[in-house]
Design a protein around this ligand. Structure first.
Ligand SMILES: [Zn+2]
Length: 508
């Protein structure tokens, strides 16, 4: 069956053992930009996010907080969902693995399909388990005996578990990744995944004794003494949210089976789970694979690793409250590197917002509207005839939509926002070089050529402001709307300009 034109996009679902931090904001904002961009281009879009409630470390954290697990995960999940407003997120659906009726039925169905395929077997197992990662580690994977993510020694665990025959899918996984049927971006991540698979896949444990899980999680179908491994459970959210295994599988067919694109946005720490385990589970269950997996890097804050426990300086709630949603989104999209980690500081956020938004884009529109008001009574002329002086700016604006499309197709948010910035710079440069105030002076002295030139210049500038306001929408929805409002419809005089982006001050 031919694919429909639908675009399905998801974030990973974070553990809810603590408050959301700036790293979560990064992933949510990146996915949001892709969703908004595709909607603007007329594609049907479904954007899913949610929370992983079944992680064992949620149980540990609830106990430490002296709260029941249910109450604890409900409270923290609400903090993740609550990021919608401060970060201007446009997700269509929010799934919670413990509380959502859709989820369990789909997880069980996926399990049964893999079981029918003969891909599970029971095995007595001894290993070292990092509760932070919720995974077993082989000695070779540890760094001086410590988990590479959490810098803690994993716990020795001995138990009987269900194992999944991952090794069986080596050839199919390599074929899917090499052919581009599943695109992993950036290419460095794809190469890491290929190297990991080529080094030899070992079957992995996909259940835990219910006792060790303190009864938290989804029981293994047919073996209630075991609960399904939280990663299996969590990965399934991408399809259970679409009704997979439920009474109505139409959304699953529309957005997964027949969808043109199925895109996962994830952090680099969970690449293997998505680009290897998840693909193998889907292959085993006979279900279609995602079409792309985009892997983002990590943020540090003031040079320190972002941890949920110590990330107060980088609470997305606090930052949005203090500096505004646009400034936070712009920093995440414009400064976070595609490869290598990026360090966040409040000073960097403030500097970037002031340079690009207040002094750059905001100033361009403010100057343009002020000139139009002063010299043309607020009436914005059409784009005007072809004028040689405006070609750089007009060209930059004409090329902008395609540059953004191309950059976002590569998941390159920096290139996309960089293209906007280049057009803004061309606009401000044009005002400096063409000196409209001098054209106006000559016009007043009866110079008709100068009058026509001023008309053309203001037309090009106003046209550029319109394109910028429009193309900015996926990145800064509020800023884009405010710029467009100020520009008006073009029927009447434009409103008196007022700053759209506040000039921010860094803390002393
Ligand atoms: Zn760990």
């Amino acid at each position: 069956m031919a694919a429909n034109g639908n675009f399905y996009i998801t974030t990973s679902i974070p553990y809810v053992n603590a408050e959301p931090h700036l790293g979560h904001a990064l992933e949510l904002v990146q996915a949001d930009v892709l969703a908004r961009h595709r909607r603007r281009r007329g594609q049907p879009v479904r954007f899913l996010t949610g929370t992983d409630d079944h992680a064992l470390k949620n149980v540990t954290a609830a106990r430490a907080a002296g709260v029941g697990v249910r109450e604890f995960v409900d409270r923290n999940a609400a903090r993740f969902r609550g990021l919608r407003e401060p970060l201007a997120l446009s997700f269509d659906d929010f799934i919670r693995t413990s509380a959502d009726a859709r989820h369990r039925a789909g997880v069980e169905r996926l399990w049964r399909q893999c079981a029918d395929r003969g891909d599970f077997y029971l095995r007595h197992y001894q290993g070292r388990y990092c509760p932070g990662c919720e995974q077993f580690y082989a000695s070779a994977e540890l760094d001086h005996g410590l988990c590479p993510e959490h810098r803690l020694a994993p716990d020795p665990v001995t138990e009987e578990n269900w194992f999944f025959r991952l090794s069986r899918y080596t050839g199919e996984l390599l074929a899917a990744l090499q052919s581009g049927r599943v695109r992993v971006e950036p290419a460095t991540r794809r190469n890491e995944v290929l190297a990991f698979i080529r080094a030899g896949l070992t079957d992995f444990s996909v259940s835990r004794p219910a006792a060790r899980a303190h009864g938290w999680g989804i029981p293994v179908p047919g073996d209630p003494g075991q609960v399904i491994y939280v990663w299996w459970d969590a990965l399934a959210n991408y399809v259970t949210a679409l009704g997979y295994g439920g009474r109505d599988e139409r959304p699953y067919r529309d957005w997964w089976v027949n969808s043109g694109e199925r895109v996962h946005v994830i952090g680099k720490g969970v690449t293997r789970f998505h680009a290897v385990y998840w693909l193998a589970i889907l292959l085993s269950a006979g279900q279609p694979l995602p079409s792309a997996i985009y892997v983002h890097e990590y943020l540090s804050v003031g040079g320190a690793k972002l941890s949920k426990s110590g990330g107060h300086a980088a609470s997305p709630y606090e930052l949005a409250d203090r500096f505004g949603t646009d400034a936070v989104r712009w920093w995440l999209l414009r400064e976070v590197a595609r490869s290598g980690d990026t360090d966040f500081t409040v000073e960097r956020l403030v500097r970037r917002a002031n340079s690009d938004l207040a002094n750059g884009l905001g100033n361009l529109q403010h100057r343009t509207l002020a000139l139009v008001r002063k010299y043309r009574q607020g009436r914005i002329a059409g784009p005007g005839g072809a004028s040689s002086f405006g070609t750089e700016l007009a060209g930059a604006c004409q090329a902008l939509p395609r540059l953004i499309d191309d950059a976002l197709a590569r998941f390159d948010f920096r290139a996309a926002t960089g293209a906007i910035w280049s057009a803004v710079q061309a606009g401000n440069r044009l005002i400096e070089t063409q000196r409209p105030w001098e054209l106006a002076r000559r016009e007043n002295q009866g110079d008709h050529a100068a009058a026509a030139q001023l008309d053309g210049l203001l037309g090009v500038l106003a046209g550029a402001c319109r394109v910028l306001a429009t193309e900015l929408a996926p990145f800064l929805p509020a800023g884009s709307a405010a710029l467009s409002r100020q520009l008006g419809t073009g029927d009447g005089p434009a409103a008196p300009p007022a700053p759209v982006f506040a000039r921010l001050t860094a803390p002393a």
